[in-house]
Each structure stands twice: as C-alpha cells, then as structure tokens.
Design a protein around this ligand. Sequence first.
Ligand code: BGC
Length: 346
Amino acid sequence: MNPISAPFGTTLDGAAAQLFTLTNAHGLQASITDYGGTVTSLLVPDRHGVLADVVLGFDSVAGYQSPAYLRSGPYFGALIGRYGNRIRGGRFELNGKVYTLATNNGPNHLHGGLKGFDKVIWKAEPGTSADGATLKLTYQSPDGEEGYPGTLRVTVVYTLTADNALRIDYTATTDRPTPVNLTNHSYFNLGPGPDILAHELTLRADRYTVVGDTLIPTGELRPVAGTPFDFTTPHAIGERIAQVEGGYDHNWVLTGGTEGAATVYEPVSGRVMDVFTDQPGVQCYTGNFLDGTLTGQGGRVYGKHAGFCLETQHFPDSPNQPGFPSTILQPGEVLRSTTSYQFRVR
Ligand code: BGC
C-alpha cells in the first residue's frame, strides 16, 4: 500500500495524530503528519544511492509540542497559514476596517499567530494520482480565527512524484476578502554534517526586501548585486553569512522563469535540490535561532544553522505594503499555487 498510515501520537488537545508515508519507485520516502500538515522526514539518495533524511523533524507529535519546541517556535516542516512570515504590529487595514491579529513574535504577527495552520489537525486523505502517491489535506479556518476575516477553506496536496519531487499544491477560497500567504516551513540539510554552511546555494533573484529591526520590510526592493545577498551564481551559504547581522532571514524577489527559484548543492553527499514555484518570493532562513536545545530524528542535535528553509511565498507584511503584490483573496476567487522540491545528484 502506498501511502501507508500509522499512529503518530496524541496532541496536547487529546487528538490522535496520524503519519502518512509516501514512497516512489526510486526509494524516496516522504512522511507527513496531519498535525500541521508537517513533513517529518524525507529520505533521499546520495550519489551512491544511500538514503538519508534531508529534513529536520521528530518521530512523534510530542516532539512538535514539547515546551522547548513551543517556546522557540521553529515550525519544522509545517504548513504555514493564514499568513507566512510577519505582519507589522499584528494589524492591517482592509476596505476601511482595521483588523487586529495575535502578536506572537515581539510586536509582530508571525506565521498565522498563536495557533496557526501548523498547530491544527488537518483532514487527511491518502491517495494516488498519475504523478505518484498523494496526501490531500483540508482545513476550514473559521471566520475570525487568529483575527482574520472570513471563512477560509484550504486544500493542500502533497505528491511524491516519479521524478523525485515533493510537490505541494495549495488551493484556497474565502467568503470574505482576507489576506492569505501559504507556505511550507521545511528545514533541509542535504548532507551528513551538523550544519548547512557548506551547502552551495543559487537563488534566481536579483533583489531582496530590505527589513528593519523587527524583520519587517521597509518597502524597499534592493538589488543584490555586490552584496552578501547575491546568490545569482552559486555561493556557500557560510561564505558571507558573517556579513549579515543575525544570519540570512530575508525574502528574495524571484526573477521567475523555468530554471526554478533555487538550487542547493551539498558537496559531500552530492545531493542537489531544485526548488520550483509560481510565488513571487522566497524566504531563505538559515536556522539562525536554533541553539541545540532540540534533538530530532535519529538523536540529531539541532544547533545553529542545522538546516535552511526556502519558504516560497508572497513578501512579508504585504497587507501593509501597497507597493508589494497583493495577498488579498476575494470571495469567488480560487487561490492556486504550486511549489516543488526536486532531488537529483551530482
Ligand atoms: C522567519 C524567522 C523565524 C523562523 C521560525 C522564518 O520564516 O523568517 O524569523 O525565526 O521562520 O519561526
């Protein structure tokens, strides 16, 4: 049977979480729980065909609910909604009305609030499509949840494809205008090392959104040329990271095109990950806040820079930034978006 399903433990609210494992003909294996629609493990071969887990995660739901995890809020592998990244001051104005959201990151709203899409149980339906094994997840976010207007119906389909991609198809509809910015928060480490500083990153992005001191965009889209943000040609993540205060935690403005948004190469294992998306931006976050207090699958200690995220998305704080592409979903519209993380070796 593909996918297979197994119990994943009981949530703090007393709900039974399930884990679904999708496999393809090349032996890739993606495990995803209905708790937060979280990718908990992703087995991918290296250049010798040896499988290893390339994402940060835990082997039961308890790991995602430990006091240390909830305090630090890394969002390992989770689906993020209603709004990926920050909204300034937890407020925005829409059609003349001010909406107040939970502030869960200093003065700001982050990743959907106190109980975002990462902390709810999604309805899960395992299946198969022409492209491979699938897991369809649905969640209905009630009007007013975390302060957002309108009932939002969200469907996310994970597909593990025959050509070695974990594809994520997002769909959403609403009954009132509301901001939506859905993403996945997987942390990748493609190699055997404890950190990702030697991974070579290419980002097909010629500008990034400049941020102020609480990581809220100023509105400026600044060219990356001549800065440590220039990954238009491959650079080791660690090469210039010391020049960026705190490490990389920024949104790049994607140039678009068929080559994909990003490519990451890990020299020891030979694994390569290509990221394809229809989204205008990607948050590249290099695990700057990980500090070794969490231990994941296989006893791995997650220290600083243990993983990197490439969260494909609209730009942070778009509801307050008239110059950014709009994130407002209208009744009658269907939001559709696709991102895939595809693997090969070199
Ligand atoms: C944010 C970081 C945050 C991390 C984990 C990223 O998307 O940009 O600032 O620490 O998520 O919550």
